[in-house]
Design a protein around this ligand. Sequence first.
Ligand code: CP
Ligand code: NVA
Length: 309
Amino acid sequence: MKHFISLHDITHEEFSQLLSLADKLKKEQKSGKEHHILKGKTLGMIFTKSSTRTRVSFEVGMYQLGGQALFLSSNDIQLGRGETIYDTANVLSRFLDGIMIRTFDHQDVLDLAKYGTIPIINGLTDLLHPCQALADLMTIQEHKGQLRGLKLAYIGDGNNVAHSLMYACAKAGMDISIGTPAGYECDKEIVANAVEDAKSMGSKVVLTNDPVEAIKDADVVYTDTWASMGQEAEKAERAEIFKDYQVNSKLFGYSKPDSVFMHCLPAYRGYEVTEDVIDSGRSIIFDEAENRLHAQKAVMAMLMVGDNK
Ligand code: CP
Ligand code: NVA
């Protein structure tokens, strides 16, 4: 594993290793054991979009691993004034040991990896959010004691989070069922890749425009905002189009009686989910948010221990 850009690029074994390492690092951190395996290393964190969880969890994670993180807002670095990805990748590779980037265009992340010489971590693009999906499956494993054979239902927009969940479920042998409005389905190429991965693990990928069909008998119910970063102007229009896809107690009632509710956050209560679901005892959103820290520490450990240059 040289980079962490898409879960489709990593093997089923690497995915399992990441989950085991995340679990180990979490236990060690909780028991007060320090693990300074990235002592002397620096992670650059480029953000061209907002963030609470990704920024804080990477910064704290790097500190806990004995290294340091640099917050590089695109407003402050020359990339935001038109310096090329090529030059940025080459220059930053001379200073840093790894880069985490959150941006719009997925191609920019691929180019950073192509032109630089250090590991690149995708902290969200318009296409994918792999760190989120890794933390999500870690959380499901903790709550359900297994991954293989479970059904995750994702209800709402066929976006970056849905795409990475499809890849993650396929790597773990979990069934995934995605319910989106017509015209807001997942990217066809991502679906084809996920179906191929799922086949090798004996699991299913189901796509439907019927939210009830999608959620039926699910072990895990997941939703995300209807208007992602960059789609703010479409918020009102989307609220109307997506209204039958709101995860409220009626829709949630079609899932298994012991199903759990998940959301990558930030959540918009009253839109994609109602308060009685997201704030209920079956909601595991804060365990999910915490696990971003532990899962990403595992990613950094796998990519940045030793000399990766
Ligand atoms: N879930 C997530 O990535 O949150 P932030 O946008 O706050 O980083
Ligand atoms: N789909 C959302 C996820 C935020 C963490 C977005 O891209 O804005």
